[in-house]
Design a protein around this ligand. Sequence first.
Ligand code: CP3
Length: 346
Amino acid sequence: MSLFLRALRGEDTPRAPIWIMRQAGRYLSEYRALKAEHGFWTLARTPELATEVTLQPIRRFGMDAAILFSDIMTPLPDMGLSLEFRPGPVLDHPVRTAGDVDRLRVPSEEEVAPFVPDAIRLLRRELGDTPLIGFAGAPLTLATYAVQGSGSKEYELFRGFLRRESATADALLEKFTDLTINYLRAQVAAGAQAVQLFDSWAGIHDLATYQRFGAPAAERVLSALADTGVPRIYIAVGAQHLYPAIARLPLEAVSVDWRMPLSACRNALPGLTLQGNLDPAALLGDEASLTAEATAVLREGLGGPHVFNLGHGIFKETDPDMVARLVDLVRGYDRHAAMATAAGVA
Ligand code: CP3
């Protein structure tokens, strides 16, 4: 079994597998060239192009896992929510009323974004031994964009909506939960070997609001995947205050950001594989600062199963040569030897 899947299953692997969030994207000239020709939506909706973009970072760096090139917003048009990418998602008609929620339809497993399972089947043939991660937005984060209408600093429209229209919010979350279950089950059926649920903006809420709206929806999605046997990764950014609730979700791994060292994350998330948590800004530094920061992450990760990643998506300004250096460094770090040394020193 691949190092990545072994680590997700809880094994203390001899070295940490590495992949990078947004590893296919604008920091790669070969991505920019394809995007200039076709546009983002066409790349995401054409299985051959999505396959090509997914493979770009695998060819360049030999990452230990591939993540399907798509977006958390990709299945929303199938519910009746049209949107554009500029470059972040912008909805034509945000969801604001009970009537808006009533009009949303939940596509079945067979109906939802069929180009995604098609791309997954193509990718599995191309990838050989490199495992493929499927993904979806978590209901709370999908609802954040659906109500706010676009990215935002404070998401105040959405946060007000949760308070003023809580019954409508429940109905909306229920539909997004059913959508996400169908969408992820379709990806697993097509061959995705792990799934990552992106609750990117859950961290903007206090613990009580997250427990009221976000955690039950995420719990229902993750539970609905239990019988598939694929490992489940969950990510919320800036969400250390939510770890008491996240630790109780049915999952195998949590992707954590750089705000707290991995050893402290491990105490808060006992028994789980940790994924992370290099600051994406470390790739904007120089070789010496990158080496120091990445080595610190590797050392912090020694206390249990670890998948090396950034704490959030790679910046488009990143020099791909720095990514190549990072991959080399992680590959060369022998975790078992480092643990023996640490034990000897102690
Ligand atoms: O990781 C990968 O390589 C897979 C591709 C991927 C994309 N979006 C491609 C993309 C993944 C996993 C996503 C998930 C996604 N999309 C999330 C969750 C991850 C996170 O960052 O927390 C979110 C919140 C979105 C919504 C979204 N889509 C935003 C905020 C943006 C703008 C991003 C930016 O960097 O400005 C997008 C557009 C988008 N999705 C791009 C890419 C490569 C940039 C579009 C472009 O090339 O113009």
